[in-house]
Design a protein around this ligand. Sequence first.
Ligand code: 5RP
Length: 234
Amino acid sequence: MAKTQDELKEMVAHKALEFIPEHGILGVGSGSTVVKFIKAIHEQGIKIDGAVSSSNATTELLREIGVPVLDPNCCEPYEVYIDGADEVNDNFEMIKGGGACLTREKILASMAKTFVCIVDQSKLVNTLGAFPLPVEVIPMAREQVARTLRALGGDPVLRKGCITDNGCEILDVHGLAISNPKELETKINGIPGVVTVGLFAHRGADVVLFATDDGVKQKQVSRLHRYADLSLMG
Ligand code: 5RP
């Protein structure tokens, strides 16, 4: 029988427990799949030395289950970051930010040696962009950023009632079929007033765990591919 999305999220959240390093810092993302992951840590009695967290909501949950949450400024780059996504393509590039935590998520992903992305199968896509692309903006720049996004072919819509943990706003950009995610990430990040775009292409995932009706499957980026990509970035 086909599983519900909630059941699939539960399955992948449990599978992710296998990727928690025995010692050291764990990076923890945000969203409903991550909430299930944090609950599973608690249920299984897994001991975490300390975590860096991508949102106030995640911080609160981690503290509730007794995990010390550290300031990333006081941490060295660490081993594993675990987070969900809104879309993932075959190159392990993602759209994130459905939960408005994209900036902190990108910071923590940039500090991690391995990014483990946990999704249900509905998040796997050929081309990114059916999910509206979140862009976090400084409020006074919202309209000018929106004009520029329209010039790039998108249709930005202000996310109503949403103020991020950084005190900023989110424009959700509809109507983009993203043929070159890295190029678009660079372009949008360069618009004055943009804090972060929710395209995770330059730093994509290293491992994608995706839950299907037949169980959780795993795709892993080849190191060669990642190094080749980094060398292109100069
Ligand atoms: C939050 C995110 C989440 O990872 C993304 O929205 C997926 O969420 P969920 O696990 O609830 O489907 O990027 O900013």
